[in-house]
Design a protein around this ligand. Structure first.
Ligand SMILES: [Zn+2]
Length: 459
């Protein structure tokens, strides 16, 4: 099209985090996703750098889902002058409020810690943003239901359609004066035990698509990996620690554990959920089940026991959390954060990793530079709270419970569309993004490219 319509890749270009896509038209400037960079310091440092555009010039934000790498920069955008609406689904608004408050709390804690340790450049140390910024960001969340076309800044049309990734997740279909732009956000795998599969995308002229697992295939045998790890660990009297993202993954794991128990494939032992944020998210999920939300599979009801292992223990306080460091009996502990970058899971890792009786089961994508990735890569020690902890526990990986589609599922999902003019492959490490771009070219005949960080393309 003519005019000056463009997309600038302000994040998630050749990396999986920091999703931020700036859409400029003649009439408006809209940011689709507003995520924080996580993982390696090189990337996290970008959170502190000045954005290449003045946040005050952004008219509106669209948030595809609540995960921090899609929503977590919003408080910072607000702190630096953004005051427009941030469109998202109602469930994303609920979950983003939980996630943004938690992340402000962590940022404030980190700053206080830097002060105490005396290693901050600032005196006193400054958090990336604080609770006040998070509350202002939460106030700007403006809800739009799935499948409800709406008009936003500059006459841009917006429709959010269910992505089946986590509750509330959506891919965004934008209409820019006749040019149709699809931004995938994160696309779920069709086998999510709670959520219905992603909806079929409408035709688009330009596609911006994620590639988290662009070079990988989920393995159906991961049930066996988990069942085997739990059975053997319980037999030798150990603890099974499952680091899990608080939102969605914890719920999915409870469903997996309940099913394996019912099928008689794992012994019934106490299952502890030790993450205050996970417990708040579980409430949002339970409310969605109770009201028969259209994103939820109809067979999952409040009456079903599908998401409750028999000996589920919710809501342990700090004292109970500390007791779990030496449980004295076999049990399963599900705790956040999922990549072991912070949260209560660190205390559990510190206590469980040195003992070969125990097992750690990693169940999600592990960004390079995180402790989770170090464990995945077979490191013999990891640094926690300033100390090196030897890794003697068994480490298992079960990616099949990921909230992301794998490469085959992404190609399947996109194959329903007519080829767009161009597809920009984002939200994947470079190898994964390139692999998916190649498959889109070879199998669907698409013009698919992998954009660079800060690259701007005309539509
Ligand atoms: Zn996500």
């Amino acid at each position: 099209m003519g005019g000056h319509t463009s997309v600038t890749f302000l994040g998630a270009a050749r990396t999986v985090t920091g999703s931020k896509f700036l859409v400029d038209t003649d009439g408006a400037r809209v940011m689709v996703d507003c995520g924080l960079f996580q993982g390696e310091r090189l990337w996290r440092r970008r959170n502190w750098e000045q954005l290449s555009v003045d946040p005050a010039t952004v008219d509106a934000v669209v948030i595809t889902h609540a995960h921090l790498d899609h929503s977590g920069y919003l408080p910072l955008l607000v702190k630096n002058g953004f005051s427009g609406p941030a469109y998202c689904t109602p469930e994303t608004a609920e979950l983003a409020a939980i996630i943004l408050r938690d992340s402000a709390h962590i940022a404030e804690g980190d700053a206080a810690h830097a002060d105490a340790a005396g290693y901050s450049k600032h005196q006193p140390a400054l958090p990336l943003f604080d609770s006040g910024d998070a509350e202002k960001a939460i106030d700007l969340l403006t809800t739009v239901d799935h499948n409800t076309p709406t008009t936003i800044a500059g006459g841009i049309g917006l429709e959010l359609r269910s992505a089946g990734h986590i509750l509330g997740s959506a891919f965004a279909e934008l209409e820019l004066a006749g040019h149709r732009l699809l931004v995938s956000g994160d696309i779920g795998r069709p086998g999510h035990p709670l959520l219905l599969p992603p909806e079929t995308p409408h035709a688009a002229d330009t596609v911006v698509v994620e590639s988290t697992y662009g070079n990988r295939q989920h393995r159906p045998e991961d049930d066996d990996v988990v069942a085997d790890a739990i059975t053997r660990t319980v037999e030798r009297g150990g603890v099974v620690l499952m680091p899990a993202f608080a939102v969605d993954r914890t719920f999915v794991l409870l469903m997996v554990l309940a099913r394996l128990e019912t099928e008689g494939r794992i012994p019934s032992v106490p299952v502890y959920v030790d993450s205050p944020m996970a417990l708040r998210a579980l409430e949002v999920y339970q409310r969605a089940i109770a009201r028969h939300d259209p994103q939820v599979r109809p067979e999952v009801t409040m009456a079903s026991t599908e998401y409750r292992p028999a000996r589920l223990r919710l809501a342990p306080g700090i004292t109970e959390s500390e007791k779990l460091n030496r449980p004295g009996k076999p049990c399963i502990v599900v705790s956040a954060s999922g990549m072991a970058t912070g949260g209560r899971v660190l205390h559990h890792l510190k206590h469980q990793l040195p003992n070969p009786r125990n097992s750690v089961v990693l169940t999600g994508y592990q960004v390079p530079g995180t402790r989770g990735r170090a464990l995945l890569d077979g490191e013999k020690q990891v640094k926690i709270h300033g100390r090196y902890i030897p890794v003697r526990a068994e480490i298992h990986v079960a990616n099949a419970y990921s909230a992301h589609a794998d490469a085959e599922q992404m190609v399947q999902w996109l194959s329903a569309m007519k080829p767009p003019e161009t597809a920009y492959v984002v939200h994947g490490e470079e190898d994964a993004a390139r692999a998916l771009a190649e498959r889109l070219a070879d199998e669907l005949g698409w013009n698919a490219v992998v954009p660079r960080y800060l690259e701007r393309v005309r539509l």
